[in-house]
Design a protein around this ligand. Structure first.
Ligand SMILES: CC(C)(COP(=O)(O)OP(=O)(O)OC[C@H]1O[C@@H](n2cnc3c(N)ncnc32)[C@H](O)[C@@H]1OP(=O)(O)O)[C@@H](O)C(=O)NCCC(=O)NCCS
Length: 145
């Protein structure tokens, strides 16, 4: 018997968010970081099956000049069935309706996920620009020097 998979226009709570990032093999975030960060989501979606969150994606940014697509994830056992495209389709529709002319929409593509994003107009910016970042050490709130 097949079960219903629903896309909801709300982002998972901090607990489901941390669990799904870990399940999908992504770098983990502390629950405190998640609680603070998720409150600042511009738009997010959840994919739910039998009450369990199995997919997510969200947009952060300043709402005018810069928008960033983050936290695109599908639980491993549900990958390869079009859920990533459903998530990106919803985010793309929101951006088309809400991002003003001249805004830049960006993301960091991990591994082969770049093929998914290319379907929604994202192009690689190397060598003109490269992604640069650091992660705050949980044991030390300052960036490394
Ligand atoms: C990336 C991810 C979200 C894709 O979700 P998914 O539900 O498996 O994706 P879909 O089934 O909707 O397929 C999306 C499309 O992306 C492409 N794609 C996805 N993974 C791919 C891969 N490993 N290699 C090549 N193309 C890939 C395919 O072209 C596919 O489209 P097609 O079926 O029309 O060919 C999912 O694999 C995932 O959660 N991965 C682990 C976490 C992660 O890396 N997230 C991205 C962080 S940037």
């Amino acid at each position: 018997m097949s079960s219903t998979v629903e896309l909801l226009e709300r982002f998972p709570d901090a607990e489901d968010y941390c669990r799904l990032r870990a399940d999908a093999g992504m770098a983990t975030r502390t629950i405190e970081a998640a609680r603070r960060g998720l409150a600042n989501t511009l738009y997010g979606v959840s994919v739910v099956r039998e009450g369990e969150v199995i997919g997510m994606g969200r947009i952060i940014g300043d709402g005018g000049c810069f928008f960033v697509v983050v936290d695109i994830a599908v639980a491993p056992e549900h990958q390869g069935q079009g859920l990533g495209k459903r998530i990106m389709g919803a985010l793309d529709a929101w951006l088309r309706a809400n991002a003003p002319p001249s805004a830049v929409v960006s993301l960091v593509a991990d591994g082969e996920a770049k093929h998914l994003y290319a379907k929604y107009g994202f192009v690689e910016t190397t060598p003109h620009s490269v992604n640069m970042e650091y992660q705050v050490d949980p044991a030390d709130a300052r960036p490394p020097r």
